[in-house]
Write a protein that binds this ligand. Structure first.
Ligand SMILES: O=C(O)CCC(=O)C(=O)O
Length: 278
């Protein structure tokens, strides 16, 4: 592993995130902008009302081209350099904040808090956030609380479930989930950079005060699938995979499909950290 990637891996384990600069090439970025704009244009007004805090929340499976992004070599090469040579993929969303739209609320996306692995530095489920424009606090860059994947923060007990309806509608901007949080940092990026982070990390985004869309594609991977507890493997192999979609992209996606052949029961999901998170 190069020193640069060793440091990134250390940061991922310790702080819960790292920045992978310049991963998405210009040609790919141009295609992604086209595809993303098309998907956004297709949504009805109710979609944006329901997801005012996110902007949009469109499954990447709506756009066949996204299979190429999920299996994009530079992305998989970066994961390999971080020490994850055989990642699996689960889902993804186009999250595009319209001009002059509200912040995204604080949340964490982890579902496996019932398993002791969730209280270790191990990578279980990670987001790869792929920004299609340069981001700043002005146009809605990512915010996060470093280390909150391993250490309890007062938000852990104050927040409702991720993507709870009233938060998504941004009905109550006075809610704690929309305020500044102790220990938060901004993560501004250049178009084509990728932010990788643990699903357990508390994160949010600034509002978009600019006149342009701020588009992001969040892909969810299981970087170290083969070493996850069997109950988590069993769950992922059974539920997360968009089988119909995959049939059309077999060659690209088959290597990224979570497969489990044992007889463990799938884990029961739990989105709230237990007392083990201190
Ligand atoms: O749009 C962003 O910058 C963040 C998206 C996010 O928090 C998520 O996909 O869970």
């Amino acid at each position: 592993m190069s020193l640069n990637y060793q440091r990134k891996r250390q940061q991922l384990d310790r702080d819960g995130f790292c920045l992978l600069e310049g991963i998405i090439g210009e040609a790919m970025l141009a295609q992604l902008r086209r595809v993303t704009d098309r998907a956004i244009a297709r949504q009805e007004a109710a979609h944006f009302e329901r997801n005012r805090a996110q902007g949009s929340l469109i499954r990447v499976t709506e756009e066949p081209f996204m299979a190429r992004l999920i299996a994009y070599r530079p992305l998989l090469a970066a994961l390999a350099r971080l020490g994850f040579p055989a990642p699996k993929w689960g889902s993804g969303f186009i999250i595009s904040k319209p001009p002059h739209s509200p912040p995204l609320f604080w949340h964490q996306d982890a579902r496996f808090w019932n398993d002791p692995i969730s209280y270790t530095a191990r990578a279980i489920q990670c987001f790869l956030m792929i920004y299609l424009v340069d981001t700043t606090p002005h146009n809605g860059c990512l915010r996060l609380i470093p280390g909150s994947h391993l250490k309890r923060h007062r938000l852990h007990d104050a927040l409702p479930d991720a993507h709870e309806e009233t938060l998504s509608r941004a009905d109550d901007m006075a809610h704690l989930a929309f305020q500044r949080a102790e220990g938060e940092v901004d993560v501004p990026v250049k178009a084509g950079d990728v932010v990788m982070g643990s699903a357990r990390l508390l994160h949010a985004a600034h509002g978009n005060q600019s006149d342009q869309h701020r588009s992001n594609i969040t892909l969810w991977y299981y970087p170290d699938f083969a070493n996850l507890p069997e109950s988590i493997q069993a769950y992922l192999a059974e539920t997360d995979w968009p089988a119909e979609w995959q049939a059309r992209h077999q060659d690209l996606l088959e290597p990224l499909r979570p497969v489990y052949a044992g007889d463990a029961e799938p884990i029961t999901l739990n989105r709230k950290p237990g007392p083990e998170l201190r």
